[in-house]
Design a protein around this ligand. Structure first.
Ligand SMILES: [Fe+2]
Length: 166
């Protein structure tokens, strides 16, 4: 089995063991969606495709293993590091790239290294592609990410419907 598939098996098992069954499909959609966006952006930007896909797959590991907390990016970086070390197929340099990108992914306002930036863009693209009528924060970054893919898009600020309107 190649390294990407090994990581998939680990992440699938975390999702399958998620106690809240409603969170499982959300996890599959989000993590696999972000991972594929990472793959596409890595090809476009000339970064390591395998490493980028793994970054996407693991980026919300803390949220889907333990639950959402504000510090999930930092805590997820530690979880991802432990998982990759246990697999014993990754170099220290690769673990560092993955860990760093995951640790930065909530900080979408700051500019970090290329792998961190790729993950942040992939994360926003997944939110946007899931339902284009949902309001997305960081519209400037999202627009730039679409532009990088050759897609010109108008991202309107959408007012969320009140409960009574649903
Ligand atoms: Fe995410």
């Amino acid at each position: 089995m190649n390294r990407l598939e090994l990581v998939r098996v680990e992440m699938d098992s975390i999702l399958l063991n998620q106690e809240n069954v409603n969170v499982r499909p959300e996890g599959y959609i989000h993590l696999y969606g972000v991972a594929q966006n990472c793959t596409m952006l890595a090809i476009k930007r000339g970064l390591d495709v395998e490493i980028c896909t793994i970054i996407g797959l693991l980026h919300d590991i803390y949220t889907y293993k333990v639950g959402y907390v504000k510090e999930h990016a930092l805590l997820g970086a530690i979880e991802a590091e432990n998982l990759l070390r246990d697999l014993e197929f990754f170099t220290e340099a690769e673990i560092e790239i993955i860990k760093t990108a995951i640790s930065h992914h909530s900080d979408k306002k700051t500019k970090h290294d290329k792998y961190s930036e790729l993950l942040k863009d992939a994360d926003l693209l997944q939110d946007s592609l899931y339902n284009t009528s949902f309001e997305i924060k960081h519209r400037k970054r999202l627009k730039k990410a679409y532009k990088n893919l050759g897609i010109k898009i108008k991202i309107k600020r959408v007012k969320e419907p009140k409960d009574a309107d649903i």
